[in-house]
Design a protein. Structure first.
Lengths: 253, 354
């Protein structure tokens, strides 16, 4: 009998704490499926960050360490340098990576650390109650921008494009998980990011646009529509760095 | 055969001792007056198959240490006062996560950027917490380069034994002093660490975290930590008594101050004064019991000497509990007391009693 569906082995058989309609679960599953497919479960160490995904270690059947806010790339660096045969990934939000952890992510990329950073960008601090993050869109109402994000708050910046400039980055992409076609594409992109690490090519990062129905005050359907319209118009999806593709095309940066 | 003596700077001897103790991962960041240590590690680690990594900040360095320690390897970071402040985040997390590691603070004058001269003004920060949460860590305070070597080797064993960070507390003078040292043969006990993250290959997954949202569980976790701290207090308190047997006055000092005070005590003895030196080797656990015993035995005066405005003196007073008078002499902002200054203080205290 052929098994055509089921729970990935790398995913723990537990109920998550995520809100109804939240796309963290979709992203968790993609990562778990890839860990299974690439046979990485026995040599993976995940690094959980601070935010809604702090409890990610409860949902993966792999070794995990929890990092202080923003420091996941530094912790992952320590893990990978100490045991280079391990497969190491961080799972961070936009507040964690693009605000408090800017120095750590940029320098991990610059050093070409053989780690993979997954950024779940839902343009908000979810765990603390929906405050503005560096990626919050202009005009968006949050707990700390009750009149909408204005010029004085600065403008949202694009992390994937920023990291793609780093000489140590081997693979950098942005994708989203608001429809089925792009869930499939997200898995393709993260697979490439994982393979970049496994092949020792350097640092890899995938920014995944996700939703936050609770803090956006939307239904899950409305929230995914916001991803597909407002967020996609500011955060283009695509691959911004792919040294494998560049090598095949004869590009020498 | 006796181990050979070599001339080394304190900072470099510390690095060599760490390597002999099995440390193969060092995460550093430049700051005076500890910069010789990362430079030494950058040179030596490749020779022993280890890793030296210069981080982008002290925050990153201490979190790299957290990651390495989580995999069960012996690892270290070092800094000086302003940088040590930044390490507090990682130290609190590592204590919460029960991760062994060694953290070095070669203290300099503060507060703020202060200067690069030797100081002992981070005592409160190291001994009383520094980071957030109810925690303790063993703090070793050597006063010679040889003792720096010996205590560095001990630090790694203590860190592993208690699964807790251990601090090595020096100052710019100790770090920069060049002295003859010998490196004792070290047996590194590489015991299986059944908590280390090595990949869940044919075993259940392991999680290292300091997060526990349920307060009952977090209290229970804190009780476990407190029991460890109590065990450290019970077993790891270290100090040295010098010429205290018949002393009427006992000078209390650690590290560089103790070394200078020792010279002053010798002169005072030559002058016929019954003076001794009590030198805490562990700043935490603080060696209160020895002081208490001296107070019980009839020492009527203690003179605490520090390169600070008076930090350890609070612990000395707590140990003596009003049984004797406790005086204080301190130099601040990177100034180092001379033996003569301390001798004058001794004479004043002794004379004041007459």
């Amino acid at each position: 009998m052929k098994r055509i569906a089921g729970m990935p082995q790398a995913m723990s058989p537990v109920v998550t704490h995520y809100c109804p309609g939240c796309s963290h679960g979709v992203l968790h599953r993609i990562i778990a499926e890839l860990i299974d497919e690439l046979d990485l479960r026995g040599r993976t160490v995940g690094v959980a960050s601070v935010g809604c995904s702090v409890l990610a270690y409860n949902y993966f059947e792999t070794d995990f360490v929890q990092a202080p806010h923003g420091r996941a790339p530094a912790v992952a660096t320590g893990v990978k340098r100490a045991r280079p045969n391990l497969f190491v990934f961080t799972y961070q939000g936009d507040g964690d990576m693009a605000a408090i952890g800017t120095a750590e992510i940029i320098h991990a990329a610059a050093r070409g650390e053989r780690i993979t950073a997954i950024m779940y960008n839902n343009t908000i601090y979810g765990m603390t109650g929906g405050q503005m993050s560096p990626t919050t869109l202009m005009g968006a109402v949050t707990a700390t921008t009750p009149y909408g994000r204005k010029e004085e708050n600065g403008q949202p910046y694009r992390m994937a494009e920023l990291l793609a400039q780093m000489p140590g980055a081997a693979y950098v992409a942005r994708t989203h998980v608001a429809d089925v076609a792009n869930i499939v594409k997200t898995k393709q992109f993260i697979r490439k990011a994982f393979e970049a690490q496994l092949n020792g090519l350097g640092f890899s990062m995938v920014e995944v646009l996700g939703n936050c129905p609770t803090n956006w005050g939307m239904t899950p359907v409305e929230a995914n529509r916001y991803v597909l319209t407002d967020m996609l118009s500011y955060f283009p999806v695509g691959e911004f760095k792919d040294v494998m593709k560049e090598a095949l095309a004869g590009v020498h940066p | 055969m006796e181990p050979m003596m070599t001339m080394m700077k304190g900072n470099e001897a510390l690095g060599e001792a760490a390597i002999r103790a099995g440390c193969r991962f060092f995460f550093g960041y430049p700051i005076t007056p500890q910069s010789e240590l990362p430079a030494y590690m950058a040179r030596r680690m490749p020779e022993v198959g280890g890793t030296f990594l210069q981080a982008e900040s002290e925050l990153a360095a201490v979190n790299m240490l957290l990651g390495a320690a989580a995999t069960g390897v012996r690892a270290m970071t070092s800094s000086s006062s302003p940088g040590y402040s930044l390490k507090q985040e990682g130290i609190s997390y590592m204590i919460g996560c029960q991760l062994p590691c060694v953290v070095v603070n070669i203290m300099r004058g503060g507060p703020g950027l202060g200067n690069i001269q030797p100081s002992q003004s981070d005592y409160f920060q190291i001994v009383k917490g520094g980071g957030h949460g109810d925690y303790r860590m063993i703090a070793l305070a050597p006063s010679t380069v040889q003792e720096l070597v010996d205590l560095t080797i001990l630090a790694f064993d203590l860190a592993d034994a208690y699964r807790n960070p251990v601090a090595i507390v020096g100052d710019g003078l100790l770090g920069q002093t060049m002295e003859p040292v010998s490196f004792p043969p070290v047996q590194v006990h590489e015991e299986e660490k059944d908590w280390a993250l090595t990949g869940a290959d044919n075993r259940p997954k392991r999680v290292i975290t300091s997060l526990e949202l349920n307060p009952e569980n977090l209290e229970a976790h804190n009780r476990v930590l407190q029991a460890k701290f109590a065990a450290m207090e019970e077993r790891e308190t270290r100090w040295e008594e010098y010429r205290c047997e018949d002393a009427e006055l006992v000078v209390v000092a650690y590290g560089t101050s103790a070394r200078i005070a020792r010279a002053a005590v010798d002169v005072a003895r030559n002058m016929g004064m019954r003076v001794g030196l009590y030198r805490p080797i562990t700043l935490w656990p603080f060696p209160a019991q020895g002081l208490s015993r001296l107070a019980d035995r009839g020492v009527r005066r203690f003179l605490d000497v520090e390169m600070s405005a008076g930090q350890m003196v609070e612990d000395v007073k707590l140990a003596v509990l009003g049984r004797a008078r406790v005086d204080f002499y301190g130099r601040l902002g990177g100034m180092v007391p001379t033996p003569r200054e301390i001798l004058i203080q001794i004479q004043e205290v002794m004379g004041g009693e007459a």
